[in-house]
Structure formats: structure tokens, C-alpha cells
Design a protein around this ligand. Structure first.
Ligand SMILES: Nc1ncnc2c1ncn2[C@@H]1O[C@H](COP(=O)(O)OP(=O)(O)OP(=O)(O)O)[C@@H](O)[C@H]1O
Length: 257
């Protein structure tokens, strides 16, 4: 399955009377990786939720040119998978059964998992190094293991577009790189389209091919990591003192005292 083009046009959203996204426009080409960055509260998670149709908004979200607003949930779920920042994890469910939920859009209602579903689930769990935890209740996993289970569920969906909200927030450095390498491999092999939020600007600069910097609900800068991650932008939008160092795969951000 190849990735889809995702286009967000004029997206405006609010909580009550407070506007938190203002005419946001971003596009991710098939096989591209856009990381949405920006300070706390700038609207990153809300943007992802709007793209999924989980939060009311004005403006358009198009998938390969098709407006998603009228798309049945199941049809959308076959194409777009989402790994939320703070997922509600069900109680009394094994890790394997939780990851199997990712297969729901591909299965007939209430049917038993097919061999192909079990194989896909086993494969993604192995690749994320949680195969040995398959029988454990999900709630007993560590924060980082749970985060990988949430990602495994999204990947088991075999989507064309992957929306990741802070996919590395609970992961140690090695596991963070492992997860991002896996996502990068999928986009290179299968052309998966990735739209993620990432707090770690160095990881964003190394893995994404484009960045969109949100500030107070607006896109303040958009472009390649080298274009967006500048000392001036970090000062202006984050109030941060940092050096930007050119690395082999993109810029790295070094906070300075
Ligand atoms: N359920 C809610 N009710 C009211 N306001 C909300 C709600 N969820 C988010 N907000 C507000 O909307 C704004 C954008 O929040 P959002 O979570 O999208 O930001 P973010 O960029 O993802 O932040 P962070 O980097 O801290 O995760 C913030 O000011 C936040 O306080």
C-alpha cells in the first residue's frame, strides 16, 4: 500500500470561545514526513485531532484530494492511523489483544482474527521489541512499553497515513531512535505518509523531511529542517537560547545556558 497526500487548508478550531488554530495550511506529500513543532499549547495535538475528525473545525482536510469530512469512519480508519499522546488504555486487555484492535478496520464486524491479522500483529510487535510482552495485561507495561504498544496498534492498521502525537515522549534515547527508524523505514519502503508532533527538535530535525512551526495556532514557519530550525526562530517562538549544529542527517539543537 502506498502513502496518500494529505492536505489541510484553512483549518480553524476552538475550545469554547478560545480559538487555538487559525487558518492552518499544511500539506504532506505521499511518503513525506512532516513534523509539527512549536511551544507548549501552540495547537499541535489539536491539529492532529482535527485531521482525524475528532475535534470540530472549519476548513478542509483532504486525503488524495478527497474531502474527509463526509468519509465513513471505517473508510478513514483504513487509510489513517493515529497514535495519541495520552491514549486511554483499556483495562483487563492483553498487549496482543490491544494491538489486534488495529486490525478492526480490515476485518468483518465481530469476526475472529484471521491468520493474516495474527501475522501482522506478531510482526509489528516483534519489530517494536514487545513480542515477549504479548500475553501481559497492557496496563502492567512500563510507560515506554505502553507507548510502543500504542504505536504497534497504529502500525497494525497498515495505514497510508500515520499521525503520531509525541511518539517518543516516554522512550529512552535508544528506543526513541528505534521507533523513529522503524517509521522512517516504512515511509521509505512503502511510501507511508507521516505527520507527527515532536517536542525533541533534534529528533525532528534528523527524521522529518519538512517541519511546520506552530505558534499560537498559526503556522509561523514551514520548510526543510534547516530552514525552520534557526537560532532566531528558537529565540522568537520558544524564548530559548540554543545553537543549531549541522549534523549528517539534518540540524541538531543544542540548548546553551
Ligand atoms: N479540552 C480542552 N479544553 C480547553 N482548552 C483546551 C483543551 N485541550 C487543549 N486546550 C487548549 O488549547 C491550546 C492548544 O492545545 P494543544 O494540546 O493542541 O497544544 P500542543 O501544542 O499540543 O501542546 P503541548 O506541546 O503542551 O502538548 C492550549 O492552550 C490548551 O490549553
Amino acid at each position: 500500500m502506498t502513502g496518500a497526500r494529505i492536505e489541510v487548508v484553512g483549518l480553524t478550531a476552538a475550545y469554547g470561545r478560545t480559538r487555538v488554530l487559525d487558518t492552518v495550511r499544511v500539506t504532506v506529500e505521499p511518503g513525506g514526513w512532516l513534523a509539527v513543532i512549536g511551544p507548549n499549547g501552540s495547537g499541535k495535538s489539536t491539529l492532529l485531532r482535527c485531521i482525524l475528525g475528532l475535534h470540530p473545525h472549519e476548513g478542509l482536510v483532504r486525503l488524495d484530494g478527497v474531502d474527509t469530512s463526509g468519509m465513513p469512519r471505517r473508510q478513514r480508519a483504513r487509510q489513517v492511523a493515529y497514535a495519541p499522546q495520552l491514549p486511554v488504555l483499556p483495562e483487563g486487555v492483553s498487549t496482543r489483544d490491544y494491538v489486534m484492535l488495529g486490525r478492526t478496520p480490515h476485518r468483518a464486524l465481530l469476526s475472529a482474527p484471521r491468520a493474516v491479522d495474527r501475522q501482522v500483529v506478531a510482526d509489528v510487535m516483534e519489530r517494536l521489541e514487545i513480542g515477549a510482552l504479548a500475553g501481559r495485561p497492557l496496563r502492567t507495561l512500563s510507560g515506554g512499553e505502553q507507548q510502543r504498544a500504542v504505536l504497534a496498534r497504529a502500525l497494525a492498521q497498515q495505514p497510508r497515513v500515520l499521525l503520531l502525537d509525541e511518539p517518543t515522549s516516554s522512550l529512552d534515547l535508544g528506543h526513541a531512535q528505534q521507533v523513529l527508524d522503524l517509521v522512517d523505514g516504512l515511509r521509505r519502503q512503502d511510501g507511508l505518509t507521516v505527520l507527527s508532533t515532536l517536542h525533541d527538535l533534534t529528533l525532528a530535525g534528523q527524521y522529518a523531511d519538512r517541519l511546520a512551526l506552530l505558534s499560537r495556532g498559526r503556522v509561523a514557519a514551514e520548510g526543510t529542517p534547516a530552514e525552520v530550525l534557526t537560532t532566531a526562530a528558537l529565540q522568537t517562538y520558544y524564548g530559548a537560547r540554543a545553537q543549531v549544529v549541522e549534523g549528517p542527517h539534518g540540524p541538531a539543537v543544542l540548548p546553551v545556558r
